[in-house]
Write a protein that binds this ligand. Structure first.
Ligand code: HEM
Length: 510
């Protein structure tokens, strides 16, 4: 109650003096409010595009994508209330400018870092400058080791065979409807926790009590990301000071996550001291073994890894299975490739699954796990198309829009066509043909490109092969209905992804 009153109290003068007058002006001047074709919206004094954004609700990604596509040089300036500007671009040359050429000028920035700092501290995902650089160096070294790759392979295979396949087999036997998005998120969470700090939250085990860590992590992610949605950041800041409502919940959840992570760090440090080496080979053990023993440093970096790897692969896979169900021709090709490989494919065989690799790239083109990504200008600048950027301006590259541009992908951009990533060799085999990362910035690009890209593909390919070898995933959606992509820190299928699981063997013997 106090929270609602506080919100109203803070927003009342804003509404009285700015919103209401403009609101009436808007209705008096708009000719046909019910049928709006996409045009570049005009900003209003003081409130900028606030009313448009409010009216668009959960379709912000799609609406901005439509506008970016028709804007000159595919770059649009969004006017936020009280004069704040956000440049949104779908232009590969501009993306290269902000992510590579002028990298040092386009950082995460104060707003982003401050909003997530209670949860993420100064972990790699939430750091700039030297703090970021040092973590990047330490982490890249570990990410590139063969032994980590082997460990990840093992973790994924165990989670797949001991948890995911039994869950799906049981759903198939009982003809149960599952929320596949939820299942994939749980799968990814178990995996990334085991990889990051050697802890198994057993999130996918139906009978197990939900780990307090998993619940707290989910809550901390959700509330932290909702801070970005407050019309005025002052609202969450005051709630935080008063320790009420969502901010009170966040404080409790963050404490739980941090304490849990610190305990694991302490246990491992103790073991390292006693035995002089660690048996475990997860990321945390590697950092400690190589001399990085500062508790806050390793805790923050591990918490950032979990966030980076938690919902991204599950988002990619949710949309992949949806697109596959709509494209039987592609599904047939994918299956053909899987059946040509052994049942437990070794690393090299997974690498050879080029058609699956291309299909995953193609589904992330249409439904990127991180649909928009924002930087903040540290200084004044001019973008390659002439757009003037003032210090403090937010600059966003719109990955979702870029994946749907005719100028980049051709007239058939709307088709799910893995072949656009492939060429046929004389031997009859497929060869993967990549695109440059500024045209396809699904994993970002430049010095801060995703560290887990290779790991993510390996996980996703193994999961796709492991599931489709045995089951068919059949969406339970109203015929003709198209699910919607929404996004907080990463993308989601709105309302979940209800599916039935069909056992291939059982259905073919019927
Ligand atoms: C399909 C899956 C994935 C996609 C699409 C993806 C995409 C991205 C994107 C767009 C960023 C840049 C975020 C930003 O700086 O604003 C990023 C950063 C990062 N990703 Fe991924 N990611 C995926 C999976 C993973 C996995 C499995 C890991 C493993 C831990 C991971 C680790 C990281 C890390 C550590 C960073 C921060 C890099 C830095 O700031 O230097 N990612 N990823």
């Amino acid at each position: 109650m106090i929270e609602i009153l506080l919100n109203l109290q803070l927003l009342a003068p804003f509404f009285l003096f700015f919103i209401f007058p403009v609101f009436f002006f808007f209705f008096l001047t708009s000719s046909c409010p019910t049928k709006r074709s996409i045009t570049i919206p005009k900003p209003y004094p003081l409130i900028g595009h606030y009313l448009d954004l409010k009216g668009i609700g959960n379709r912000r990604i799609q609406w901005l994508s439509d506008i970016v596509k028709i804007s000159p040089a595919t770059t649009f300036t969004l006017h936020r209330p009280l004069g704040r500007r956000q440049v949104i671009t779908g232009n590969p040359a501009t993306v290269a400018h902000i992510l590579k050429t002028r990298f040092s000028n386009y950082q995460k920035g104060y707003t982003f870092i401050h909003t997530l700092s209670d949860f993420l501290g100064t972990g790699i995902f939430n750091a700039d400058g030297n703090t970021w650089k040092f973590q990047r160096q330490v982490a890249s070294h570990e990410f590139n080791t063969k032994s980590l790759r082997k460990f990840v392979e093992h973790v994924v295979d165990v989670e797949l065979s001991d948890r995911l396949v039994p869950v799906l087999a049981s759903a198939a036997a009982q003809d149960k409807t599952l929320d596949f998005q939820d299942i994939l998120q749980r799968f990814a969470f178990d995996n990334i926790c085991k990889i990051a700090f050697g802890y198994d939250p057993e999130y996918l085990t139906p009978s197990a009590e939900r780990s307090k860590f998993a619940v707290a992590y989910e809550e901390a992610t959700e509330i932290s990301s909702k801070r970005f949605r407050e019309p005025l950041p002052l609202v969450w800041k005051i709630k935080r000071v008063l320790n009420i409502g969502s901010e009170k919940k966040l404080r409790i959840a963050v404490k739980e996550v941090h304490e849990f992570a610190k305990n694991i760090v302490r246990e491992k440090k103790k073991e390292l001291k006693e035995k002089e080496s660690l048996e475990s080979v997860d990321m945390l053990s590697r950092f400690l073994s190589s001399g990085h023993s500062d508790e806050e440093f390793v805790k923050d970096i591990v918490i950032s890894f979990i966030l980076a790897g938690k919902d991204t692969t599950s988002a990619a896979l949710t949309w992949f299975f949806w697109l596959l169900s709509k494209n039987p021709r592609v599904e047939k090709e994918v299956l053909k490739e899987i059946m040509e490989k052994s049942e437990s494919p070794v690393y090299d065989e997974v690498k050879e699954m080029v058609y699956i690799h291309a299909s995953l790239c193609e589904s992330m083109r249409l439904y990127p796990p991180v649909p928009m990504d924002t930087k903040e200008a540290a200084d004044d600048d001019v973008l390659p198309d002439g757009t003037v950027v003032k210090k403090g301006t937010l600059v966003t590259y719109h990955v979702y829009a870029m994946g749907r541009m005719e100028s980049i992908w051709g007239e058939d951009w709307a088709e799910f066509k893995p072949e656009r990533w492939l060429e046929k060799l004389q031997t009859g085999k497929w060869n993967f043909v990549g695109r440059d990362s500024f045209t396809y910035p699904v994993f970002q690009a430049g010095p801060r490109i995703c560290l887990g890209k290779e790991m993510a593909f390996m996980q996703m390919q193994r999961l796709v092969a492991g599931i489709l070898r045995r089951f068919t995933v059949v969406p339970v959606l109203t015929p003709g209905a198209e699910p919607h992509l929404i996004s907080f820190l990463s993308s989601l299928m709105e309302g979940g992804f209800p599916v039935k699981i069909v056992d291939r063997e059982a259905s073919s013997s019927n």
